[in-house]
Design a protein around this ligand. Sequence first.
Ligand code: FES
Length: 128
Amino acid sequence: MVEIGYSKKVLDHFMNPRNVGTIEDADGYGKVGNPVCGDLMEMFIRVKDGIITDIKFKTFGCGSAIATSSMVTEMVKGMSIEEAMKVTRNDVADELDGLPPQKMHCSNLAADALHEAIRDYRKKRDGK
Ligand code: FES
């Protein structure tokens, strides 16, 4: 059997994911699929005065996708959308004390869905 080592933080966020759910009439919505495994991620944001005041996610993804999304929602709540746009896949993995190399692709979903939601918010705000 192949040994895959998960950090305590990954296991904690997987077992007790934060901010799971949806936001009615969200200010921004992002949905992305992972081309590697076919898993899906949806992210909903509420924005007030340029700050992410609430964020929720729903995923049809693996444990690492759940843990990274849970972590990213905690990281960006209270951040400005500009700062949140700069959060990378690696930042999320670092914050979780790393992911096994075979699971790094799973962290793409969380960061990409967040960025999609911010783009959607900007589009709606600018009326485009
Ligand atoms: Fe699909 Fe992890 S295996 S997101």
